[in-house]
Design a protein around this ligand. Structure first.
Ligand code: ADP
Ligand code: ASP
Ligand code: MG
Length: 437
């Protein structure tokens, strides 16, 4: 990605990218509050250059997605993008208008106007480059830039979108492109917690979390940041802070608000040394209800069999997550169980049916009523026993583990979807993460 900012220049005003999510933008009254926060930030530190990235109003993108489904169940992703990108066009214009009503200089920059260049993978496009010179010029001239998140433009000039939750990634990419001093992600919670605070009332807010842990937490379901935004921030060295837009009328600038800062390992070591953070074995717990389980029964237990299953799925861009191959069936046969995103289940099933003879399975069984619960923490690298605590705590509550997968800093289990909330609470307590009363 291009990095065209001028961070090295001396004496320039600080540059801040602010991103506001759907609940923050839900209606003109909320947008007015957002405008107050933006005004406070623009005035902070003797005047900051501010670019604001906005989401569609809460619920709007879901509504637009449903329209596409109703219009044509097998919709063309390019036209889907034209429809779903419109939610952000509305909020960016409304925020620019509201800022102007406060006497501030502001204008909107749509994805194709900046432009935010992406590959042509409609509905899940990746940002390739942001050509920022005119944006930087406007910022330097003291104009607030309002940019719709989630949308870009392909090389052939068509509108693209970046996958659900993609405005976080738009914001980080803009921050990298203009060499911003910070990218503040304003949402409806005041930071990153040890787990979703809507599930566990005793979840604790983290003052800081490392890029690596945040990346893992996001990838296993902590939707407070889109996974790609964290990966990009880590790669481009963007300073990201998560904080709440739900503040009073007298909005204060973000440097004074206690959110969660995403930090490097070295910064985390410093915070621990200063006694500002405690080192925990487990940093956070996340859940994901968006996967589905597929079981293929009586697959021949011989070399090449699993390749026949997973190659067509990979070719179709379907992400396979947890995999278990059971051994011990008679007659050289085995059952193979794995998970795919629920949204891809029908396609995966059709592809596998197509290859039934080649793979040689007997039955295909699917189940969407599953959830993945994951515990994440860099402390696991050097400590044993984290998995044991997990299995003991779950079994004590009668929760059955259907599959397990691990990485260096994460353990995930697949369980019945109905037990999601219970499992998250039980594990939160088991790892000593509950806030004191
Ligand atoms: P936005 O519309 O601002 O992008 P999202 O709904 O995408 O907001 O993300 C914020 C939500 O993420 C919170 O309301 C919260 O329920 C959820 N969440 C999940 N895990 C966590 C966590 N570990 N810390 C904070 N919030 C979390
Ligand atoms: N509006 C889009 C969505 O709901 C993008 C975003 O809010 O980040 O997924
Ligand atoms: Mg979001």
């Amino acid at each position: 990605m291009d990095r065209q900012g001028s961070q090295q220049e001396t004496g320039r005003a600080q540059r801040i990218v602010m991103k506001f999510g759907g609940t923050s933008m839900a209606g003109t009254e909320r947008i007015r509050r957002v405008a107050n926060i933006v005004r406070a930030q623009a005035a902070a530190g003797g005047g900051s250059a501010v670019a604001v990235v906005v989401s569609a109003m809460a619920g709007e993108t879901d509504r637009l997605v449903n329209f596409c489904r109703e219009a044509n169940a097998l919709y063309d992703p390019a036209e889907y993008d034209v429809v779903v990108a419109s939610g952000e066009q509305v909020t960016s214009g409304l925020l620019a208008l509201t800022l102007q009503s406060l006497g501030l200089k502001a204008r909107s920059w749509l994805g194709w106007q900046l432009p935010v260049r992406t590959a042509a993978h409609h509905s899940k496009a990746r940002i390739e480059a942001i050509d920022a010179p005119s944006l930087v010029e406007a910022l330097e001239a003291g104009e607030i830039a309002v940019i719709p998140g989630f949308q870009g433009v392909s090389d052939d000039g068509r509108v693209t979108t970046m996958g659900r939750g993609g405005s976080d990634t738009s914001a980080v990419a803009i921050a990298a492109a203009v060499g911003a001093d910070r990218c503040d992600i304003y949402t409806d919670v005041d930071g990153v917690y040890t787990t979703d605070p809507r599930i566990v009332a005793k979840a604790r807010k983290l003052k800081a979390v490392t890029y690596e842990e945040m990346l893992e937490l996001a990838s296993v379901g902590a939707k407070v940041l889109q996974t790609r935004s964290v990966g990009l921030a880590m790669k481009a060295g963007v300073r990201v802070q998560v904080l709440s837009s739900f503040v009073g009328e007298d909005a204060v600038a973000a440097d004074k608000l206690p959110g969660t800062m995403i930090v490097s390992d070295a910064e985390m070591d410093e915070l621990v040394e200063k006694g500002l953070m405690e080192r925990q074995l487990v940093t956070g717990i996340a859940h994901d209800k968006n996967e589905a389980k597929i079981i293929l029964t009586r697959v021949p237990d011989k070399p090449g069999a699993v390749a026949h299953i997973f190659e067509p799925l990979a070719d179709a861009g379907i992400n396979v997550d947890m995999i278990i191959q059971n051994v011990g069936r008679d007659k050289g046969e085995t059952d193979v169980t794995f998970t795919v995103p629920q949204a891809d289940l029908a396609r995966a099933q059709a592809l596998l049916e197509d290859k039934r003879e080649l793979i040689g399975f007997n039955r295909i069984i699917t189940d969407s009523q599953i959830a993945k619960i994951s515990v994440v923490g860099v402390g696991m690298k050097s400590h044993a026993g984290v998995a044991g605590t997990m299995f003991r705590a779950l079994s004590d509550r009668g929760i059955n583990v259907q599959a397990i997968s691990t990485s260096e800093i994460k353990i995930s289990v697949m369980i019945d979807e109905d037990e999601t909330e219970l499992a998250v609470r039980v594990l939160h307590t088991a790892y000593g993460l509950d806030a004191e009363d």
